[in-house]
Design a protein. Structure first.
Length: 372
């Protein structure tokens, strides 16, 4: 039996963080950096005077205090219980230029969190995302950057099964991961999901989580035989620098261990998802050193090497299907669906993709046909 397995970074199905609507790349990165800094400061057990000053500065600069629905939404907000000793900060003074006084002394002294504000996606974007999934028509599709399981289920039933008139997948699953923006790794499948293992609690030596999102182990029954998929979304290169590269390497090392353990259960194991790094990076080399083989190296694939943007460069290859040797030996065909990406000087997109504003994603979908 030949089945199709794919991976696709859909960049959220219905809503994505508002920060990604900022057209200027440098400003967008600055806001993301400030959000990540704020999250790190808020997680500290004890806030120093400097910490409280900086927390207040970030909250004020980005209007993270403003919950008034009549105002333009800020890029992120601090959700907190109001009043009493459980608040992070107090707000005083004029509405347009308030004074933010951080009163909490540490993480245990207040109740709340910082979260990205989301924008609703235009229907054209959602439809184009659905077109990519429908055109690939995978029997098993790992989905990257999905908000939550109910969103994945709504997309499956209402977009694929409703607006596009396709047969929805009988199985969909997602476990919330570690990303503070709420973007996760999920799966759509025509084959039963028989077990799930999450690794959101795996820690580095310093006590921080290994995985920015998760390495979710999904066991599927394909024609009565187990297939293990290790679904991943490694740390982004955006704003990460050397620390980000070190974290991706730690993620690659841990996935290599999980892969080795999975091989003890079944010879059919697949590492899939957005690894956010090129094949010559330390993180990806660590995975290739296990003997797992990149499907884009299969003789049936003759296209451009990348999966992101135009895909012309090997540096744009960040999405992967890495097969165990037995699984790779059963691969029949490999391809990339790029028509959801807007790159008019490089290839023809769907007729409904007319600009960056309505492209399905800046990632292509990678898929393979396997004789199982």
């Amino acid at each position: 039996m030949t089945i199709r397995i794919g991976t696709y970074n859909a960049e959220n199905l219905f809503r994505r963080p508002k920060v990604f609507d900022i057209p200027d790349a440098a400003e967008r990165q600055r806001v993301l950096d400030d959000f990540n800094e704020l999250v790190g400061l808020l997680d500290k057990a004890v806030y120093s005077d400097d910490d409280r000053t900086r927390i207040g500065q970030i909250i004020k600069e980005h209007r993270a205090y403003d919950q008034d629905p009549a105002h333009p939404r800020p890029p992120f907000v601090v959700q907190q219980t109001r009043g009493g000793t459980a608040s992070l900060f107090q707000q005083s003074g004029p509405e347009g230029d308030p004074e933010i006084t951080v009163t909490a002394k540490g993480r245990a002294k207040w109740t709340g969190w910082a979260e990205m504000v989301r924008s609703e996606l235009d229907w054209d974007v959602v439809r184009n995302t659905g077109r990519v999934v429908a055109e690939v028509n995978a029997d098993i599709l790992l989905t990257v950057e999905v908000e939550d399981r109910l969103t994945l289920d709504r997309f499956n039933r209402q977009v694929l099964g409703g607006a596009l008139g396709k047969q929805p997948y009988p199985y969909s699953m997602l476990i919330d991961g570690n990303d503070p923006r709420g973007i996760d790794v999920g799966i759509l499948s025509r084959h039963p999901i028989t077990s799930i293992r999450s690794h959101i609690f795996d820690l580095r030596p310093g006590g921080e989580p290994v995985f920015s999102r998760d390495c979710v182990e999904l066991e599927l029954a394909v024609n009565g035989t187990p297939l293990w998929i290790l679904g991943n979304h490694f740390k982004s290169k955006r704003g990460g620098g050397s620390a980000g590269a070190a974290l991706r390497l730690a993620q690659g090392e841990r996935v290599a261990q999980i892969y080795a353990d999975a091989l003890q259960r079944s010879p059919r194991v697949l590492i899939a998802g957005d690894l956010n790094d090129s094949p010559d990076s330390p993180a990806v080399r660590k995975l290739l050193a296990t003997g797992a083989q990149d499907v884009m190296s299969h003789a049936s694939y003759t296209g451009d090497p990348g999966t992101f943007g135009t895909g012309h460069s090997l540096d744009q290859k960040i999405d992967y299907l890495l097969c165990s040797p037995e699984l790779f030996g059963k691969v029949q065909h490999v391809d990339v669906e790029r028509r959801g990406v807007w790159a008019p000087k490089s290839f023809k997109s769907f007729d409904t993709v007319t600009s960056k504003a309505d492209e399905a994603s800046d990632h292509a979908a990678l898929y393979m046909d396997v004789d199982l």
